[in-house]
Design a protein around this ligand. Structure first.
Ligand code: SF4
Length: 344
């Protein structure tokens, strides 16, 4: 019989499982609290559970953490990049970014990615597989365990396109958001998509409580299709229509991410078009200077970055110029790429 990973279960599914063991329902609430409120995985430490029940759990289930096989730590910023090994030998990365009182975890949702954005290291891997709900949420819980403090924010911006693994992403975040468990606030959880239009519409229609970010990165179809092939399927006009639908339907502000790449999307004309594209949309802009990985693109000069930021400041939206913490350990945007680490 296969061992059940308890963290694949939603709160309701845990109830059903506990009932199937002929245990009282309040045991499910106790177990949920140990797993997510206290972040404990060892049944032996779950002291208010009856000994027989713990033996039952031990025989049939597991709550084990991800296996850490490599950790990079940036002395200058405190950013940490974790390389995990999954049950089937695949590897994924997550990044922990401390900033003032914020403790942000950037999680992966797929092994590799099929979207093929040309500026992104993960895109070069191709898609290997989707992550399970457990593999997604355990990145947060395992980092919480290692840093000994509960993270305050989650950004779903690591390896993979989250909306290509929609069900598992939403389920894992719903578990982390559950008020009787980790209770991570939905407004502190952001999902970033490269622009899968039907999923943006679904996300809006379902009124998911999490925040939405769209990785925009270009202001013409010609450039966007060149650097983000998804644009050939869902061009800018359709994407902006979906963004407006989301904004209207949910009354929430979208964050647009714009990775500034030298001589690709960093001109004054680009800034002008960006202003025009976003003029009627309540939004925030995250301007990110490209982080060089090995490849054909480069980071614009500081003067160009400043000029671009200044030009789009006039938009009603706040512009955040992200300094891309962690680029000294390849833990910044577009830099997550698993180069297999051999542990044996
Ligand atoms: S930027 Fe995101 S969607 Fe594009 S290839 Fe990289 S991981 Fe995939």
């Amino acid at each position: 019989m296969q061992t059940l990973q308890l963290k694949t279960l939603s709160r309701d599914e845990l109830d059903a499982f506990i009932e199937s063991l002929d245990e009282k329902l309040f045991r499910a609430a106790q177990l949920w609290s140990w797993l997510y409120q206290k972040n404990i995985v060892d049944f032996g430490h779950m002291t208010n559970l009856a000994k027989e029940f713990r033996i039952h759990l031990l025989e049939k289930t597991t709550a084990k953490r991800l296996d850490l096989i490599h950790l990079n730590h940036s002395e200058s910023t405190g950013t940490q990049k974790f390389l995990w090994q999954l049950e089937d030998g695949q590897q994924i990365e997550s990044v922990y970014i401390p900033e003032g009182s914020r403790r942000t975890v950037c999680v992966s949702t797929q092994v590799g990615c099929a979207m093929g954005c040309t500026f992104c290291a993960t895109g070069r891997m191709g898609l290997i597989r989707n992550l399970s709900e457990y593999e997604i949420l355990e990145q947060v819980l395992s980092i919480w365990d290692r840093i000994n403090e509960k993270p305050t924010n989650i950004v779903v911006m690591g390896m993979g396109e989250p909306f290509q693994n929609y069900e598992n992403v939403i389920k894992s975040l719903t578990i982390l958001n559950h008020v009787d468990g980790a209770a991570m606030g939905a407004r502190k959880i952001t999902i970033s998509t490269c622009g899968i239009v039907p999923r943006i519409l679904q996300f809006a229609k379902e009124r998911q409580p999490f925040k939405l970010a769209i990785s925009l990165n270009a202001t013409t179809d010609a450039v966007r299709s060149r650097i983000m092939p998804i644009n050939r399927k869902y061009p800018l006009k359709e994407l902006m229509k979906a963004a407006k639908y989301y904004s209207h339907h949910t009354r929430k502000r979208i964050t647009f991410e714009y990775v500034l790449i030298k001589d690709v999307n960093d001109t004054s004309e680009d800034a002008g078009r960006l202003l025009k594209l976003l003029q009627d949309l309540p939004c925030k802009i995250n301007l990110i200077a490209y982080n060089a990985t090995s490849g054909k693109y480069a980071r614009p000069d500081e003067a160009v970055i400043k000029r671009f930021a200044k030009q789009i400041e006039s938009i009603c939206a706040p512009v955040i110029l992200r300094l891309s913490k962690g680029d000294d350990i390849n833990g910044a945007c577009g830099q997550l790429l698993v180069e297999k680490v051999n542990v044996f």
